[in-house]
Design a protein around this ligand. Sequence first.
Ligand code: NAD
Length: 463
Amino acid sequence: MFVDGVLKAAGDLRPVHDRWTGAVLGSVALDSAADVDHAVRSVAGRRRTLPAEQRSRILGRCAELLRERSDEFAARSTAESGVCRRETTREVARACANLEVAAAEAVRLRGETIPVPGAARLAVTVPEPVGVVAAITPFNRPLNQVVVKLAPAIAAGCAVVLKPSERTPLTALAFAELLLAAGLPAELLAVVTGDPRTVGPALAGHPLVDMVTFTGSVPAGRAVAAAAAGRKLLLELGGNDPLIVLDDADLDRAATLAADGAFATSGQSCRGIKRVIVTEAVADEFVPRLVAAAAAKRCGDPHDPATDLGPLIDEAAAAGVLDRVHAAVAAGADLLLGGTRKEALVPPTVLDRVPADAVLVREETFGPVAPVIRVRDADEAVAVANSTAYGLQAGVLTGDSDLFWRIAARLRVGAVNLGEGPQYDSPHIPFGGVKASGYGREGMRYAIHEMSVTKTMTVPYGG
Ligand code: NAD
C-alpha cells in the first residue's frame, strides 16, 4: 500500500505478471480492512486546502514528468493490461492532456452572487472540496482511468484514497509516486490494493469517506453503491454503445470507424462500439467493407508496436466472449470473421444479421466483436439502440442533419456524436451515462464540479 508518501508492504504480497510473457513485473499487497482504515485516516486528518494555484502547478508539473517518462508508463500499462503498445502510448498522451486541463480548471473554480428576491440580502456561493474521495478504477486503460479520478480530485482540493483494479495495480502505484514527485503533499493521497471483496467495501463504506467515485462493471458498481450509502456517489459503469449507419452514410468511413471502435483495447472499452446498427438498404455494401477493415487489424504480441489487438485481460474473459459469439450464431447470426481464440487472444470477430435480443448484443460484451444488426430505417435503429439496459454514448452516421437532431433527441444515452463513433471523447466535454451506465459526469470541468460542494453565505445587502 502507498501511504504517508511511501510504499509499505502491508499484509501478504501477490505477484503481478506480464499478460503476454508471463514474466513477474512486481508484487502488491493484499491489504486488509485495517490497512484501508489506516489509509483513510492518513488523508482524513485536519488540514488546510492547498491554494488553487499550488494545485494547478502540481497537476501541470505532473503532466511534464509523465510526458518525460511516457515510454516507461506505456510499457508498464501494456505489460500489466495486455493492451497494445500503440494504444498505451496514446493513453499516456491522453493522461497528460487530462492533467493539463485539470491544471487549467483548478484556477477557474468560482461561485456566484445572488441578490435574494424580496429580501435585503445577498447570497454569495463558493465551491469547496467535498472532502475525502474514495476512487475505485477498472483494469482497462489503467493509467488514464486513474488520472480521470485523481486529477479532478486534486484540482477540486480533495484528499483521495485510490483503489485501482487488482489486475493492474502497478501503473496506479507508479502514478501516485509521480504525483508526489510533482509536489503533491503525501497527506493528500493514499493507494490501497488487494482483494476487492475486502478492500472495496471497507473503503466505500468508511465513515471518514465523503464521496465515492467508481468506474467499472454494473454488478460491482451496485455493490459499491450499497456500501457507500449516504455518501456522494459518481458511477461510471458499463456501456453497450451503438454505431448507427443510415442510408446516406459514407460507407468507407463507417467501416473504418466501426472497426476502430469495436477493436480498440481489444474491445475492452466502456465506450467501444458494441453494436453496429445498419439500415438494410446499405448493409450489403457496408458489411464487406467492415470485414476488410477488421481483417487488416494485426493481433498478437502487445509489446510489438505494429500490433493492433493484444490479449484480453485473462483467458476466462476470452472464453466468455466466445460463448456469446457461438450463442449468437446458434440464434441465427452469420459469423464472417474470427470467432476463435488462442488462450486469451481473440482475433477481430465480425457477425452479420445478429438478432437484437442475442445475449452478445443485449449485454455488454467486453471483447473484439463487431456484431451487425440490420434494421429497416432510422426509427427501428433508434428502437434497437434504446433496447438494452445501458445508455453511455452513441455515434450516428448520416448526411441529413435534421434527421440527426431528431434521432439525438430520442436516444437514451449520455452523448451522441454525429459523423463519429460513440468512442469520441475529449477532456473538455462531459462524459457519463444514463440508465444502467451510471450517473454523474466526468470530463475535467464536470468531474471537478462533482467533487465540489457549494457553500452559501448570506449577508445584509441594500434595503
Ligand atoms: P470491475 O467492476 O470488475 O472492477 C472495477 C473496480 O471495482 C476494480 O477496482 C475492482 O477491484 C473493484 N471491485 C470489484 N468488486 C467490488 C466490490 N464488491 N466492491 C468494491 N470494489 C469492487 O470492472 P473491470 O472488469 O475492471 O472493468 C471493466 C468494466 O468497467 C466494464 O463493465 C466497463 O464498461 C467498465 N468501464 C466503464 C467506464 C466508464 O467510464 N463508464 C470506463 C472503463 C470501464
